[in-house]
Design a protein around this ligand. Structure first.
Ligand code: SPV
Ligand code: MG
Length: 532
């Protein structure tokens, strides 16, 4: 349905309708996504979002530019708060012409004088337009529209100006006679008395629109009973945004770090989702030659684990993290980085891993073999650029970003902050110890070991995440070619890397914290809190 027709039916249908304020493309999308059927392009909110006052400081063409983004971002109709029409009847004509061009479904004009002031700032001192002059504007708007469903809403400021019910009713009749599709009766009282008085006397069919910002405590059911057509929630999107921005920026200013704020702000991937990033990825695959098609991910999920009831019927990669699993968080991350060719090596409880959109490889010897053997079974992944991760780790987005943006042939992710005395960690000696004040661009792996690296030479722990380009993948394959098959089955990760660095340098990407290795039930709680 055309946007104009949608708005017209909201205004004219006997069912109470709601318009929600939005002030830019993003807020419009959010309003549409939660289910609202129409948008109020508020003058107050748009001007505030532009950092200026609601006094026509933003020019009407600047408002139109904002509206174009709002309209492009949504399918639901937008009613513009067109203030006074930005001039006389002639300016209104041009306004309506431009609004139709930009896909705006209707305009609300108010009977004040240009430049207007927000109705809640000294309303009594604001002069109203002559009724006859304002009727001319309504007629001019209606005569200009080329789409017969474009809506012109006439806003009556008589109550705001303290002129009372008679003046409000006189104007209402005049504006309805002039052709207004609906009337907006504005009031700044904290009760709905003005609206109730008006509705008692309004017997005509012209729909009535209200803005209960000040009489917010009135139950919506009363408006329904009064026969109100449409309620505008006029400024709550911008007010919510202002409060959220104030809280978040203050917190970051005070903390000088981001750890406390991360879980309380929308994720970057949520921004991408709202922007429709997925559509662009799909379009790139459709229109661009060879976009990332060759980059793959291999996830090792074979290993045996005993975390009591948690792994009674599932492998570790399916451990719960809030309403998702460790594996699904990894898959979602890869999707965001456009890595769609996924290989999953299964073993323990393999029947719980039944994905159809990825390649599944079985390591049925998972009880007696190491991760290197699982890697070996998926070795064709090394014939092109790729990434490998243990299926039981959770890590921050930027680990992947660092892996993918490095130009080194082979890169492994190493946590410099690990405890140094464990017996089940793959410890790493690097060419340089991690130093937060240094740019670690050329760190390479000198040795990897489990229990056989002296504490003073431990520079971190391999977390089970690595990436390679075509050259690096080829070097990794030479290790598999050189080692007898029988030995590969039990080769440790440390021994594998120590073989690899004899042939090719392995670059180290240092990270600090921000990941979890799901080894015990306590790690589930750690993952939940890290990824709240
Ligand atoms: C707006 O949202 O800009 C309005 C409504 O015009 S009010 O702020 O209540 O005047
Ligand atoms: Mg306004």
């Amino acid at each position: 349905m055309k946007k104009t027709t949608q708005l017209k039916s909201l205004l004219t249908s006997p069912i109470l309708a709601f318009l929600m304020e939005a002030h830019n493309g993003l807020s419009s999308k959010i309003v549409e996504e939660v289910g609202f059927k129409g948008i109020w392009a508020s003058g107050l909110a748009i001007s505030a979002s532009l950092g200026v006052r609601d006094n026509n400081e933003a020019s009407w063409t600047q408002i139109i530019d904002v509206l174009e983004f709002m309209s492009d971002a949504t399918q639901i109709p937008i009613l513009l708060d067109g203030d006074t029409g930005y001039g006389n009847f002639n300016n209104v004509r041009r306004l309506v012409h431009k609004l139709e061009q930009r896909g705006i479904a209707g305009v609300c004009i108010e009977d004040k004088l240009f430049p207007k002031t927000n109705s809640f700032i000294n309303g009594e001192q604001q002069e109203l337009a002559e009724t006859s002059e304002f009727c001319g504007k309504i007629k001019a708007a209606k005569d200009t529209q080329s789409d017969s469903d474009f809506c012109v809403v006439a806003r009556i400021e008589a109550f705001i100006a303290g002129l009372g019910l008679d003046e409000a009713l006189t104007r209402a009749h005049a504006y309805a006679d002039a052709g207004a599709d609906a009337l907006l009766i504005h009031s700044k009282k904290s009760s709905a008395d003005d609206i109730v008085d008006f509705m008692r006397h309004w017997k005509r069919s012209t729909p009535i629109v209200i803005v209960p910002t000040k009489y917010y405590a009135t139950p919506t059911s009363l408006f329904d009973e009064l026969g109100i057509s449409t309620i505008i929630w006029a400024n709550h999107t911008i007010r919510a945004a202002i409060q959220a921005m104030q809280t978040a920026t203050k917190r970051i200013f005070d903390d000088q770090h981001l750890r406390h704020i991360e879980q309380n702000v929308a994720s970057v991937s949520e921004i991408f989702r709202l922007q429709g990033a997925d559509e662009l990825v799909a379009a790139e695959h459709h229109y661009l030659p060879n976009v990332d098609r060759q980059f793959s991910a291999t996830i090792l999920c074979a290993g045996y684990a005993d975390l009591g009831s948690f792994t009674a019927s599932k492998p570790k990669c399916l451990l719960p993290v809030h309403d998702t699993t460790v594996l699904d968080t990894q898959l979602a991350l890869y999707a965001r980085y456009r890595i769609h060719a996924i290989t999953l090596v299964r073993g323990h409880h393999k029947s719980a891993l039944t994905y159809t959109n990825m390649r599944l490889i079985d390591n049925d010897d998972y009880r007696t073999t190491s991760e290197v053997y699982s890697m070996y079974l998926a070795r064709d992944g090394f014939s092109s650029p790729g990434l490998l991760a243990y299926g039981d780790i959770m890590f921050n987005d930027y680990f992947i970003h660092k892996c993918l943006s490095s130009s080194a042939d082979i890169r492994i992710v190493v946590d410099a902050t690990c405890p140094r005395t464990a017996t089940n960690r793959d410890y790493v000696t690097a060419s340089h110890a991690y130093n937060p004040l240094t740019i670690h661009q050329n760190d390479t792996l000198i040795a990897m070991g489990r229990g056989d690296i002296h504490e003073s030479l431990i520079h971190g722990e391999f977390i089970g995440l690595m990436a390679w380009n075509a050259r690096g993948g080829a070097a990794i394959q030479t290790v598999f070619d050189a080692i007898p098959f029988g030995d590969i089955k039990t080769l440790s990760m440390a021994a594998f890397f120590n073989e690899l660095i004899k042939r090719h340098p392995v670059h180290i990407i240092f990270v600090t914290h921000d990941w979890v290795d799901m080894n015990t039930v306590l790690d589930i709680a750690k993952a939940q809190s890290l990824y709240a």
